[in-house]
Design a protein around this ligand. Sequence first.
Ligand code: NAP
Length: 318
Amino acid sequence: MKALVYRRYGGPDVLQMAEVPRPEPREREVLVRVHATSVNAADRVLLRGQPFVVRFGVGFPRPRHATLGFDVAGRVEAVGSGVTQCRVGDDVFGASHFGAFAEFVCVNQDTLVPKPAGLSFEDAAATPTAGYTALQGLRKGRIAAGQKVLIDGASGGVGTFAIQIAHACGAEVTAVCSTRNLEIARALGVSRVIDYRHEDFTGDGQRYDLVLAPNAYRPLSDYRRVLKPDGAYVMTGGGGVQILQAMLLGALVSMTSRRSMGNLMAVVKRDDLVALKELLETGKIKPVIDRTIGLSDVPAAIRYLEQEHARGKVVVRM
Ligand SMILES: NC(=O)c1ccc[n+]([C@@H]2O[C@H](COP(=O)([O-])OP(=O)(O)OC[C@H]3O[C@@H](n4cnc5c(N)ncnc54)[C@H](OP(=O)(O)O)[C@@H]3O)[C@@H](O)[C@H]2O)c1
């Protein structure tokens, strides 16, 4: 089968198309013929092996898994002897542990759910990682109906799902994005949009129950300033300084006040995939797709994601 592989850490140029053996499903695994996948920040982090510490988890000195790609939507081709949750021929979507930038991938049955019949493979593939990260981030921030929620970095993969999920929960959502994305944010259900190129959300006197900052573009003190006295702040990514700030200063704020501040390491859970499936089925969320590309365009897409101006998700159609 065709797969996009990398044998050493580096920039997008180290990715190469190759003919590799089709994987065999183990006991609880499902072999999926990939119809669509999508590109996530994790792909660029693990491709470069930066920050360096990630190499201790995914291979040192070389990557242990030759093929990246975590989101998958496709058709079940074969199942392992212990698989009970799907059958050959089913259309499914979910999250693989590596390997989705290929024609076939083996996925644990617990991280796959049935694809709703009316949902395209592209929309299904756009959803898992960004969707469960948004869901878990909002839950960690104790999302509830009637709350005032601020999403900083609202037009990216995680942000566009976060807007819609917060709106579906009955929250009043304020989105921070740039001029070109104001209309998209409004269409997704926000009550108020702030154009970060012209306005500063820390200076308008508004206070929020929950602030979700997928990329944590501001210092922790800015986010603290806009929290209500019992508000929660959650970041899901960002640079090393922001992560360190959230871990150390955030813990201090959480210990010494009623505010909670911290970062999230999202982990795929079947229940969350089921929740996302229901949100998709009921039309409460609809993936925002920046562009749809072919497998050979993934290196260029990773370069594009590295600029951090994607609008929603970049989807790969096989
Ligand atoms: N913890 C986990 O398990 C986990 C899982 C998934 C993702 N993540 C992390 O979550 C983060 C977000 O991922 P993502 O895919 O949503 O990111 P993304 O798609 O790369 O975010 C890009 C968006 O950020 C906006 N943006 C850029 N500069 C901004 C600024 N100064 N203020 C506000 N918005 C700005 C851009 O809008 P404009 O073009 O309008 O500027 C663009 O729409 C990443 O750091 C990723 O590593 C973590």
